[in-house]
Design a protein around this ligand. Sequence first.
Ligand SMILES: Cc1cc2nc3c(=O)[nH]c(=O)nc-3n(C[C@H](O)[C@H](O)[C@H](O)COP(=O)(O)O)c2cc1C
Length: 175
Amino acid sequence: MKARITPTQREVRLADDDLIVSKTDSTGRLTYVNRTFMRISNYPEHALLGQQHNLVRHPDMPRGVFRLMWETLKAEREFFGIIKNMTSDGDFYWVFANVTPDHDQGGGVSGYFSVRRSVPLAAVAAASELYTRMLQLERSAGPATAPEASLAWLRRTLTERQTTYERFVLGLYAS
Ligand SMILES: Cc1cc2nc3c(=O)[nH]c(=O)nc-3n(C[C@H](O)[C@H](O)[C@H](O)COP(=O)(O)O)c2cc1C
């Protein structure tokens, strides 16, 4: 069960050398977290292992971004994203996430692996602008079609800018 946490306006900034690492099973249930994950999210290991990764989900994140993440992972491709997460106290932290499928010996997907690092302020601003619009669209679309509606808008908008979400994210990371 996910506890109900009230979001605050306090930000936890990652240091340049902070790397947040986690592994999940194929359903997104946490099987490994590193110490930086525990320190930044402010959860002890026992409160994380076995839980769904949406434990750190922030309500400001549009569902369409996670729809895209899972579509990408199910296609056995790696995902790059800019994500706002929430700590156990309701504080927020922004990360650049790289999520990759983890393969077993037979070549099947046994789970997923994610490494995250800090995000430059300009990248947070650029991503927030898109996410705010996506959230508005999700509210007016209603829960049943929210992720499709906002993801369709994101794809259209980035196509108009002659880019994709992945190139948009990697471009911000490089800048
Ligand atoms: C390896 C891996 C890492 C993930 N990292 C995050 C994360 O940092 N923050 C997050 O909100 N969701 C993350 N997710 C996605 C969650 O599993 C979930 O899809 C998302 O939080 C939306 O949850 P909801 O549909 O229950 O709202 C990750 C999933 C995987 C497989």
